[in-house]
Design a protein around this ligand. Structure first.
Ligand code: HAM
Length: 424
């Protein structure tokens, strides 16, 4: 007999890896309890028709589909949302709204296996049914923040957008739904040129292209720019206003939204409103994502029910925590002094110190008000490894001076690369 292996894309989880999974799942349960979400357990195998109804081309092509022995066309669930929508139109039909539902389990997609991308993976999934208000959208983002915070994940950021802005433009430009979906699929993959080619008119194309230019550092400013940009597109404008309201609720609750992306789309076809994903700088794959889908329940034959939800990728969160633990260990022992060249730059220097600590770098801040030479001399004596010198000229270009106090080399380093540079 040959030595059997797991099927490609499937994994055994042993020891610490299995424990990490259990820990994330138990924190997801705690979050569900704290926010009043009731658990539902649905089958792994569902009718193909249900799962493919509004999932989108990307997922439809990656499902594990088979005929059971009774000749039924079935598939392994690629996500939870369709199953939950089925429940809301059947067993939970008469439950009073809002309905808060939580699930956790394995899902299946025939993705190309690589780090953080598997064919069997786990999600913790939250759905909130029955409210169209921005408070509901905010709740989904805030509970995601609660989960990630409780796991000790560092420096994660939310990317947020609104599919209603893009669909609002496309609808007013007379683009039919099928073409809209094809455009959004490509935008999701960041194949913007391919996406914009599908626009039926030059004007529509340039409207879509213009979205890419609206993003700026401040998320509220970005929302204002979107509002002005789509001022003549009634539905898109309402969508941008809605995004602003959600953002306000979320930010004022202390959640770290870092980017509003006007041209952000997600692969799933059922979204109608706000959409979001979570990232950390160490990995370029989403740790979770979700959004508003107000028409799915209706499509499944239920009463018109606004809904919003999200799923957290447990495998990827485990990978993120493990990566951060490893970099923390690598950074451990290296000491860094952050100092400003003058008093006017003190606040900027403090922000940089905080940013480095959030990435696991051990930082001391110059608090004695000493001149540069004295501070460096002292750092040298105390065997500090690096000095980060915050100066006006470098800062204007988004950089600082990094001085290696061991070999005396120094270089200008962009802020984005600073933590990695110190760790390496
Ligand atoms: P999704 O973005 O397709 O959303 O998946 C959610 C998360 O599952 C992703 O952010 C990622 O962390 C994880 N994930 C996706 N594919 C893989 C893979 N091949 N390997 C490992 N992890 C993966 C949904 O599934 C929606 N149902 C979310 C939702 C709920 N929207 C509204 N309600």
């Amino acid at each position: 007999m040959p030595a059997f292996q797991t099927v490609r894309g499937m994994r055994d989880l042993l020891g610490e890896e299995a424990q990490a999974f259990t820990n994330i799942i138990s924190k997801a349960h705690e979050t569900a309890t704290l926010y009043g979400y009731k658990e539902v357990i649905t089958p792994v195998v569902e009718p193909l028709e249900l799962l493919s109804a509004k999932s989108g081309e990307e997922i439809r092509q990656r499902m594990f589909i088979f005929k059971d022995l009774g000749e039924r066309q079935v598939a392994l669930r690629p996500e939870f949302t369709a199953s939950i929508a089925r429940l809301v139109t059947t067993a939970l039909k008469n439950e009073p709204k809002p309905l808060r539902l939580f699930s956790v389990g394995s899902v299946y997609r025939y993705d190309e296996p690589q780090r953080g991308r598997y064919r069997e993976f786990w999600q913790s999934n939250f759905e909130l049914m029955g409210s169209a208000r921005p408070e509901a959208d905010a709740e989904i983002i805030l509970l995601t923040n609660n989960l990630l915070k409780s796991l000790g994940l560092q420096g994660y950021a939310f990317k947020i957008g609104h599919i209603g802005v893009i669909r609002g433009i496309l609808t007013q430009e007379g683009v039919e739904e099928k073409t809209q979906n094809a455009i959004l699929q490509r935008m999701d993959k960041k194949e913007f040129e391919e996406a914009f080619k599908l626009a039926p008119t030059e004007h529509c194309r340039s409207m879509l292209e213009g979205l890419l230019q609206l993003k700026c550092d401040n998320c509220f400013e970005t929302v204002e720019k979107i509002k002005a940009y789509v001022a003549n597109y009634e539905k898109a404008k309402t969508a941008a206003e809605n995004l602003g309201e959600i953002l306000k609720l979320v930010m004022e609750s202390g959640c770290p939204i870092q980017t509003v992306e006007p041209a952000f789309a997600r692969g799933l076809e059922y979204y109608t409103g706000m959409i979001f994903e979570i990232y950390i700088s160490e990995l370029d794959i989403a740790l979770g994502g979700g959004g508003r889908y107000d028409r799915l329940i209706e499509l499944f034959g239920g009463e018109s029910t606004p809904a919003v939800g999200c799923a957290h990728g447990i495998d990827r969160i485990a990978l993120a925590l493990q990566t951060q633990k490893a970099t923390l260990a690598a950074a451990h022992g290296k000491r860094v002094l952050v100092l400003a060249v003058n008093d006017a730059l003190k606040v900027e220097a403090l922000k940089i110190a905080q940013m480095l600590r959030s990435k696991g770098v051990v930082v001391e801040f110059e608090i004695m008000g000493r001149k540069m030479g004295k501070a460096l001399e002292d750092a040298d004596k105390r065997q500090v490894d690096f000095a980060v010198i915050v100066g006006e000229r470098e800062l204007k270009e988004g950089s600082v001076m990094l001085k290696n106090l061991v070999n005396r080399e120094q270089a200008t380093v962009p802020l984005k690369e600073l933590a990695e540079k110190i760790k390496s």
